[in-house]
Write a protein that binds this ligand. Structure first.
Ligand code: SIN
Length: 340
């Protein structure tokens, strides 16, 4: 149970807006099997009611933006979240915003918001690995800690943060690494943003790249985001999926390359042809760690490719979609990968 805190009058508590989207944090078991559950079954009102003491941390205002498992997250909900978060954070009476979200694609939404929402105020994403009806559900404490983080002045100007399992992560660094464990989120490259335990918060560092208040990407209008596909490399890889992505109208392709962003000769030929046809080709890595650098085993200068630097394929896709709204020049896009 959260520790009792000295009670503050309602007027003294910071105002925090919660934007709810569903996910396992709002999941309910079904009768299908002992472990089966449906994500996004509970409303945000029920989640707040299940987190004792959360309303003593902040004056909460909750909006149900969507009710989905995050495998169904995409442009429409991203844009709705970005607009609502922006307008809440622009309100001088709001201290911060929390977004409840499924964990599967939480890192993508967090990075998208980190790039398009312009505010120094805290914007915190939170999920849970166990449904709300599970024994030892992790959602209530995660929500409690997320609200505490969003209400904390020290969370300002750190970009979008992700709170789960008593840890605070930067949006750019965090990755879901495990299918079921509550400690699934890791920030292996640059480490944690901080720790939060029963609303007691310790911050450790600042984000290293441009974000939120200093980002040059506005919330996209319509037409919003260009099609960018991710293609997973493997031994014996052919060219067919790259050709198919180009035929399907992709403006960008991210290769989840083997090792240092590599792919076999047939795939390389297809990627080079795609780049010659004006499709932006980003080389990322399927390894889950490390940096993909330019011109190491692949001659990016010759092929017109872009190296993903530290971004994993799913985050490289988001930066590429936003980058393509500004330029199609591979070298300028490469610059964005070093800036963000
Ligand atoms: C989802 O991402 O919506 C399902 C899984 C989870 O939230 O942990």
């Amino acid at each position: 149970m959260p520790r009792p805190r000295p009670s503050r009058s309602s007027a003294e508590r910071p105002r925090v807006v919660i934007l709810a989207t569903g996910g396992t944090i709002a999941g309910a078991h079904t009768l299908r099997s002992k472990r089966g559950y449906r994500a996004g079954a509970f409303s945000i009102g029920s989640l707040i009611a299940a987190a004792p003491g959360v309303e003593s941390l902040a004056r909460l205002e909750a909006v149900q933006v969507a009710c989905i498992g995050s495998q169904d997250m995409g442009e429409a909900v991203w844009l709705a979240l970005a607009r609502r978060a922006q307008s809440a954070l622009d309100d001088p009476s709001v201290a911060g915003v929390v977004v409840t979200h499924g964990t599967d694609t939480l890192e993508e939404t967090a990075y998208f918001l980190n790039l398009v929402v312009r505010s120094a105020k805290p914007l915190v994403l939170v999920g849970a690995m166990r449904p709300a009806t599970a024994m030892s559900a992790d959602g209530p404490m995660n929500l409690y800690n997320a609200v505490a983080t969003a209400a904390h002045p020290g969370a300002a100007d750190r970009g979008v943060l992700v709170v789960a399992n008593d840890e605070i992560h930067f949006a750019r660094e965090v990755v879901k690494t495990n299918t079921t464990q509550v400690g699934t989120f890791k920030s292996s490259h640059r480490g944690l943003a901080g720790l939060v335990s029963s609303a007691r918060i310790h911050f450790y560092g600042a984000p290293v790249r441009r974000h939120t208040s200093g980002s040059g990407f506005p919330v996209p209008g319509r037409p919003a985001l260009p099609r960018v596909d991710i293609i997973y490399a493997h031994s014996g890889m052919g060219r067919e999926l790259i050709d198919a992505a180009v035929r399907a109208g992709a403006r960008g392709i991210v290769i989840a390359g083997v090792g240092n962003g590599n792919m076999g000769a047939k795939a390389l030929a297809a990627a080079a042809a795609a780049a010659r046809a004006g499709v932006a080709v980003v080389r990322s890595s399927r390894t889950g760690g490390g940096i993909v650098e330019r011109n190491v085993e692949v001659d990016d200068d010759r092929f017109g490719f872009i190296a993903a630097d530290e971004l994993n394929p799913q985050k490289a896709r988001i930066l590429l979609m936003l980058g393509l709204r500004q330029t199609r020049d591979p070298l300028r896009i490469q610059g964005l990968f070093y800036e963000y």
